[in-house]
Design a binder for this molecule. Structure first.
Ligand SMILES: *Cc1c(COP(=O)(O)O)cnc(C)c1O
Length: 404
């Protein structure tokens, strides 16, 4: 345990207690309803949440499943990615992105991220498709490094900000690739599509999208939960079959599926919380604006998040970059301020992906970013005075550095 110095109580990274205490009665009623009807799996509570979440996203369909990882895995399979095909994604993401790819029978390959948005770089994607791929005799795109056909692209809307979807979708269309959004950190994030001349929400732009309702996400269950959104009715139907052992009717199995259903209780709890999501996201945007303001003037030592004019981010995380990252984290820890690193080691450098044969230096932006990032406390009930304390501590840390 670190001793807490400074003039206040410890500042947590995330507060999952306050919002639930405020809704305790409504949340408890969900348990009671489930107990009294013994409706534990599927049923009206799940269907009601699916409808409400689809409406929130502006998608035609939402299918609730047991986690974000399952959502991504089922979306990949239901979209028709062929076993063995390459899915292109980024190394700067949570491992669930690539776990879903390989566990759906596909093969992950990477392109680097953009240094300002930390999301998939459309330039690097274009370079990959043009220079690192060739076409086989059947006219299909094939990756030179693995000799496999390329089937899809998974951009990740990291930290609550959407990837540059117009550019990515245009490349997907040009090369006949299926685009699936990893929207697990981006519930309600918006993107201005120059192509369609309108704002679009995460979960509506790709063939399908995956959301996670892990407790710490912008919309979190009180346990594990996730959802697939899509505008494709057939794809939605296929995800429903996949999540339920490959059966559309009990004990008639069209294929092997999974046990990937959502508990009715989690769906009910999510339905209680969903009406608050827009307000919570707005509070996160305000908190981010406040951090940005407080950190003005130290741009040379602290890189703040960059929100392009085409983006309205929902700040699942507020991530800064600094050279002495570990020094800053320790300094904040001593002051009782919790931080995180999302994520310290890019996926191509993880032991689990030794078999992909990537080397250090293959994705220089991801590698640089991973060594400099710090996630500061960010949650809707974060107080202005807590933010002042966080930034005071950061500034102190910088002046110590500069005095050396
Ligand atoms: C949380 C997360 C997932 C996985 O969601 P789970 O519900 O934990 O399975 C996938 N991708 C990203 C980017 C995430 O942040």
């Amino acid at each position: 345990m670190s001793t807490v110095t400074g003039n206040g109580k410890a500042i947590p990274f995330l507060d999952l207690v306050t919002p639930h205490v405020e809704m305790e009665r409504e949340l408890t009623e969900v348990f009671q309803r489930a107990l009294r009807t013994a409706g534990f799996i599927g049923g009206a509570m799940v269907e009601d949440f699916e409808k409400a979440f689809a409406a929130f996203c502006g998608a035609s369909h939402s299918v609730a499943v047991s986690s974000g990882t399952d959502a991504l895995r089922f979306a990949i399979i239901a979209a028709g990615i062929q076993p063995g095909d390459v899915i292109v994604t980024v190394p700067h993401t949570f491992i669930a992105t690539t776990e879903a790819i390989s566990q759906a029978g596909a093969h992950p390959e990477f392109v680097d991220v953009d240094e300002r948005t930390y999301n998939m770089s459309p330039e690097r994607l274009q370079e990959y498709l043009e220079k690192q791929c060739t076409t086989d005799p059947a006219g299909k795109l094939v990756s030179r490094r693995s000799g496999r056909r390329v089937g899809g692209i998974i951009p990740v809307h990291l930290y609550g900000q959407m990837a540059d979807m117009d550019a990515i979708l245009a490349l997907g269309e040009k090369y006949g690739l299926i685009v699936i959004e990893d929207a697990c950190q981006a519930h309600g994030a918006e993107y201005f599509s120059r192509k369609n001349d309108c704002w679009k929400k995460a979960g509506t732009m790709g063939r399908a999208a995956a959301f996670s309702f892990y407790p710490g996400k912008n919309l979190g269950a009180c346990g594990e939960a996730g959802a697939v959104t899509t505008n494709d009715a057939k794809l939605a139907e296929k995800v429903k079959i996949l999540r339920d052992h490959g059966q559309a009717h009990k004990y008639y199995h069209d294929m092997e599926g999974y046990n990937g259903r959502l508990d009715a209780i989690q769906a009910g709890l999510l339905s209680v919380k969903l009406p608050h999501l827009a307000k919570w996201n707005a509070a996160r945007r305000e908190r981010a604006g406040e951090y940005n303001r407080l950190l003005e003037g130290v741009e040379s030592s602290v890189v703040r998040p960059h929100e392009p004019s085409w983006s309205r981010a929902v700040y699942h995380l507020y991530v800064i970059r600094t050279h002495d990252r570990n020094g800053m984290i320790n300094r904040l820890k001593e002051a009782g301020i919790a931080t995180g690193i999302h994520y310290p080691i890019p996926l191509h450098m993880q032991k689990a992906y030794d078999y992909l044969n990537y080397r250090q230096g293959d994705f220089p932006v991801s590698e640089k970013v991973a060594s400099e990032i710090v996630s500061l406390p960010m949650f809707p009930t974060l107080q202005a005075e807590q933010q002042v304390r966080v930034v005071q501590e950061i500034l102190r840390c910088l002046s110590v550095e500069m005095a050396r």
